[in-house]
Design a protein around this ligand. Structure first.
Ligand SMILES: *Cc1c(COP(=O)(O)O)cnc(C)c1O
Length: 433
């Protein structure tokens, strides 16, 4: 399979090139040249397959031409060593719990898959070390770092803003050691992101080191997120609720929802999608006006969705030939304030005992307000509520139990390197490696 750039000013790339480079030379995002439909028989008996079996079918459609079947199967099965259960919350609203992976965030799926696929390419080619740079405001860093931990030939540098990530999040990427280095930047998340971007553009650095990104712009992190939409559908079908399924996705950079849109293109019978935004509602405004106006992000309590210029919007446009009408007929949007998010976490907990995290709360509320009679709604619960401990505890006025997996991280010892926000310092450091 070849991959083209959404900007169409760069040569097409192989899967390997797309994964190793991350971003196309013209700064566009890579898109597969074909999106294969899966056969009717697959959908006809999907409810009898396991999560791993379903995911392998989907992975084969994307990557089967470029990765040997046994290797791909191994990568898929190793990645999905945890379940993604569908839990009924109320009436026709279901939570797809994506937080049962090692770092309790949905990014575990893409992070683990990408690490294994990149590892495969490095082994195959006998390549020199690949260095993954990732800027994080919390969740991406932990999922990527844990996904890549111990993968030979790859070193991960996590850049995070000093004092601006929660203690739990910080522990998840500063206690690992081995091929993971945490850089504690004296600055904001935007400063971290700027350092990473400058590094990718710096000619001298790129001659010296093989650098790549593990954000959702990378096809190897982005496409595997389609897996769980198929599995959710299978679970709905099993209970006779698969007709008129609506997926609602708490969205920031729009990687997660775009993977679902790919699923629909492959024939997955989804009626429609809802993109739930917090106050950073650039996409919602686009749906209303047809105009895409990126703006600086504002901080909210659903901070993984604080994105002012969603990178995967380029992929959404590309999928629908930039037709606002076509996009609006498949996707609707919502926007919520912190106050509304708090209210939703509290009310849902009181009424159903289901504890939402602030991101999932946006998804749940969007379904509550928008689901039509006869529709079944599935929102993606993108993180475990304990990852946002202080926020959630202050909302419900009760202590939240910390899962064993998170407690294990808390016991580790933090190790990080201090870094200024000056690119010259960061570059110097990378050159000295
Ligand atoms: C990353 C993240 C999101 C946003 O996902 P996108 O793919 O960037 O739209 C939502 N919720 C949580 C908890 C996240 O970590």
């Amino acid at each position: 399979m070849k991959y083209y750039s959404t900007n169409r000013q760069a040569p097409v790339a192989t899967l390997e090139e797309a994964v190793v480079k991350g971003l196309a030379a013209d700064k566009g995002l890579f898109m597969p040249e074909a999106i294969k439909s899966l056969p009717q028989e697959f959908y006809g008996s999907i409810e009898q397959l396991s999560f791993q079996e379903i995911a392998y079918h989907v992975a084969d459609a994307f990557f089967g031409e470029d990765v040997p079947a046994e290797t791909l199967k191994q990568i898929v099965y190793d990645t999905l060593s945890f379940d993604v259960p569908l839990v009924r919350v109320k009436d026709a609203i279901y939570s797809l719990e994506l937080f049962h992976g090692p770092t309790l965030a949905f990014k575990d799926v893409g992070g683990r898959f990408m690490a294994r696929l990149l590892g495969h390419f490095i082994r195959k080619e006998g390549k020199k070390q690949v260095n993954v740079l990732v800027a994080t405001s919390g969740d991406t860093g932990s999922a990527v770092a844990n996904g890549f931990l111990g993968v030979e030939g790859i070193h991960v540098y996590v850049l995070y803003p000093k004092g601006k990530v929660s203690e739990i999040q910080e522990k998840q990427f500063t206690t690992l050691g081995r091929n993971i280095t945490a850089l504690e930047v004296d600055g904001t998340f935007d400063d971290c992101q700027a350092l990473v971007k400058s590094a990718f553009m710096d000619k001298e650095l790129n001659e010296h080191l093989q650098l790549t990104s593990a954000n959702s712009i990378n096809v190897a992190r982005f496409l595997p997120q389609a897996f769980y939409y198929f599995y959710a559908y299978a679970q709905l079908k099993k209970i006779g609720k698969a007709e008129n399924a609506v997926f609602c996705v708490p969205s920031g950079n729009f990687g997660n929802i775009t993977a679902g849109l790919f699923g629909k293109k492959m024939g997955l019978p989804v009626k429609r999608f809802i993109a739930a935004n917090n106050k950073n509602d650039i996409f919602y405004q686009y749906l209303l006006t047809g105009l895409y106006n990126p703006r600086p992000s504002v901080a909210t309590i659903a901070n993984a969705m604080d994105v002012g210029d969603p990178s995967n919007f380029a992929r959404v446009l590309d999928l629908y030939d930039a037709s606002h009408a076509a996009i609006s007929s498949d996707i609707s949007g919502t926007t919520y304030t912190d106050e509304q998010i708090r209210e939703t976490v509290k009310k849902t907990y009181q009424e159903t005992r289901y504890l939402l995290d602030p991101h999932g709360a946006c998804g749940y509320r969007a379904l509550e307000e928008n689901l039509q009679p006869g529709e079944i709604g599935v929102f993606l619960e993108t993180a475990h509520p304990a990852k946002f401990l202080d926020t959630v505890e202050s909302i419900i006025g009760e202590e939240v139990e910390i899962p064993v997996k998170l407690q294990a991280f808390m016991k580790g010892e933090k190790k990080s390197l201090p870094m200024t926000k000056e690119f010259a310092d960061f570059k110097q450091y990378l050159l000295s490696l």
